[in-house]
Structures are given as C-alpha cells and as structure tokens.
Design a protein around this ligand. Structure first.
Ligand code: LMR
Length: 406
C-alpha cells in the first residue's frame, strides 16, 4: 500500500436512499404548490406533522423522569404492555411464557435484530423471502445479516397475486423465512383477507416455514388495533406457530424520531423462549448496549393508563379516517376529471400508501413540472393529501396522464 492509497480505495460510492432523498428534494423546493407524497409520515389536514394528543399527554406524565440507562432488553413495562397489546393479554403464548422480546430501534431495528437472531438459530444457508414489491429497506436489512433474499411477485393490477404467493410458499425450503406485512402492505396497500391469511398460514404450518411479521401499521390501517393484528394473533393462537413480530411505534403513535419498537419471538416452549431472550440480550448489548428510553416511556405511559389508551385509540381513528377520506376524495376528483385509467384501486387499497400505476416518466414529470413528490414506483403517501391540495394533485395527474397518452 503506497503512502497515498486509502484503506477505503475499494469502497464504491453507494447512491443515497431514494425515499429520504425525496424528502430532501421536497424540502429544498421553494415552489408554494409543492406536495410531498413520498415518505410515509402522517400529516394533519393542513399538511403539518401531528403530535398525537395521547403522546402530548404522556410527555407531561414522564417529564420528571431520570436519564439512567434502561436494562439491556429495554423498558420492562414497555415490553410487557406491548406484547400484551399485540398478542392480547390472555393469549396462551403470553400465559405460558413463550414470548421472548427486546426493545428495538423502531421497525428497522426490530427487523435487524430479528435477522441476527434467526441467523443464529437457523444458520446462514436459509433464505429470506420478501414480497415484490416490498418496503425498499427489507432487502438490505436481511442482506446485512448475511441472509440470501429472494422475492416473489405479490401484486397484480387489481389485488394480491395469490397464485404467485402460494407458489412461493409451496416451493420454499422448510425453515425459510417469510417476511409478511401484518397490515397495510407497503407499498401496494393490498392486504390478504382473513380467508387468505388462513390459506397462507395453513401452508406455512404444513411446510414448516417461519413467519416474520413486519408490523409497522397496526391500528393505523383500519383504526382498530385488534382488526389489524388479526394475522399475527391467528398465526400465534389458532395455528400455534413459532414466529417473529417486529413492531414499530413510528406511524401508530407518530414517534418517528424516537425509534421505538419491539422485536418479539413466539416459541414452542417457555424454556426455548428464555434461551432466545438471553440471546436477544447479548445481541442488543453488542449492537447498542441498551435501547433509548424516551419513546418507550411515552408508549408505556399511554398503554398503562386507561384514559390515555382510549385517547390513543381515538387518535388512531382520527388518522385512519382522514387517510380513508383522502383516498375517496382523490378518487372522486380523478373520476370527475375523467382521467384515463382505472383508479378504483385508490379506494380499495389500505393503509398509508397507494401505488397509482404511473410510469417513471409520468412520476418524473409530476415532480419537475408540478412539484409533486412521490416514489419512482408511483407509490404515494395518502397522508400527504389534504383538502387544500387534493384537487391540485388530481389535476396534475390528469394533465400528465393525458399528455403522455396513458
Ligand atoms: C416509507 O416507506 O416511506 C416509510 O416507511 C419511511 C421509510 O423509512 O422508508
């Protein structure tokens, strides 16, 4: 190595993350008409970030807290209350002590620690299956823990491609890991019906596949936490499957920057769960030593208090119904304008996102000409719409679609 050469000479430039770049470009755009339909962050009816009233009240409760380290596995009451929230207090998995958990750095951190744990448990020659398309971060999270990642087609033009999904389940090697979006599939917004979840679960059980739920939108999808947790509870309780669940409070409590989440594994026996938990502790210690306290304290203050819990449930309804309302309005505007294309998917898809089905060229034109920011796949965050911009958005889509002849 010459004195001028760099240790990093072989490190190639890696392009920045597309979703975060969109936010940056939107923020830098001085045009007053600009609309941000990129990153999935809830916005209120005026396009502003929303601090949930339940969170506002919780902050008041914890304002005199100390600043000591949390235990390695995280805030004990947080872990207890969140597992009870997700699986239900009276679930047999909780009753029998079969849930191992650790606090994690929101959904991404939970997926990462889940990946590390599964790598330990299963070795590296297993495959992680993700949907195509999927959240743009899934692949790199699992590749970063040295799993090979395979995709299977998930969506057709008007719904889930069940044939492809079932084929992937039937062809995968036993002990393959399937990353399942518990509710509000990102980006398509197409969720399996309860009947379809039952079909998926039956094959997973029979073929010994491992479900890993990415649960970033529980409660925000329908406004009803229990409804959104259906698949997780069905797999854990009815099918009695071993599984992983990665919980985030970014969207459901608006705690984006606090990185508050939980990684939980349900296992067959209490003894196995405590072994798993001991490994989670070691992994967390090696990664972050112990997790951040602020967000966990907020979540705990809410879940431990009946009044705040019911305030939170009403906050979830506020968010989910505003999003649903905006779906209807965008659909109505496009229909009134007579925009060529089938837009029914806008109202059929669920959750924060909707894939409009525009070409990359159209997406580019919307950004350059109309200051409308969305992912290249034409995924839009419906939460970025409001009374003040929905007509403008529809008119711009109309113009661009007519102009490009699609
Ligand atoms: C999104 O998909 O836009 C959000 O989940 C934000 C992110 O981190 O990508």
């Amino acid at each position: 190595m010459s004195s001028m050469s760099s240790v990093f000479a072989t490190v190639a430039y890696t392009p920045p993350d597309a979703i975060f770049e969109l936010t940056k470009a939107y923020q830098a755009d001085p045009d007053p008409r600009k609309v941000n339909l990129g990153q999935g962050t809830y916005r209120d009816g005026h396009g502003n970030p929303w601090v949930l009233p339940a969170v506002e009240a919780a902050k008041d409760i914890i304002k005199n807290c100390d600043h000591e380290y949390l235990p390695i596995l995280g805030h004990p009451q947080f872990r207890k209350l969140v597992t009870e929230l997700v699986f239900r207090k009276d679930s047999s998995a909780i009753r029998d002590g079969r849930v191992a958990s650790c606090q994690a750095l929101s959904g991404t951190g939970a997926l990462h620690v889940a990946g590390m744990m599964l790598r330990r448990a299963l070795g590296h020659d297993r495959t992680v299956y993700i949907t195509n398309p999927s959240w743009s971060n899934h692949r790199q999270v699992f590749e970063s823990v040295a799993f090979s990642v395979r995709e299977f087609d998930y969506a057709s033009r008007d719904g889930i491609d069940m044939e492809s999904l079932l084929r992937a389940l039937n062809e995968a090697d036993p002990m393959s890991i399937f990353v399942l979006h518990a509710s509000a599939h990102n980006p398509t917004g197409w969720d399996p019906s309860p009947e379809q979840w039952r079909q998926i679960g039956a094959i997973m059980k029979e073929r010994q596949l491992f479900p890993l739920f990415d649960a970033a939108y529980l409660g925000l999808t329908s406004g009803d936490y229990d409804q959104d947790a259906y698949a997780i509870r069905y797999f854990a309780e009815e099918l009695d499957l071993e599984m992983g669940v990665c919980i985030s409070f970014a969207k459901s409590m608006g705690l984006y920057g606090e990185r508050t989440g939980l990684c939980a594994f349900v296992s067959r026996h209490h003894k196995v769960a405590s072994n798993v938990e001991s490994n989670l502790a070691q992994l967390i210690r090696g990664e972050i030593s112990n997790p951040p306290a602020f967000g966990a304290r907020i979540v705990t203050a809410i879940l431990a208090d009946d009044g705040l819990s019911s305030q939170w449930r009403s906050d979830l309804t506020t968010m989910s119904s505003r999003i649903a309302g905006m779906r209807n309005q965008l659909f109505d505007e496009l229909t009134t304008l007579g925009t060529p294309g089938d837009w029914t998917r806008i109202t059929q898809q669920k959750g924060m996102f909707c894939v409009l089905g525009l070409t990359p060229e159209q997406v580019h034109l919307l950004k350059e000409t109309h200051h409308m920011y969305m992912a290249e796949s034409s995924r839009v965050s419906i939460a970025g719409l409001n009374e003040g911009n929905v007509r403008y958005v529809a008119e711009c889509i109309h113009q661009v679609v007519c102009r490009t002849g699609e």
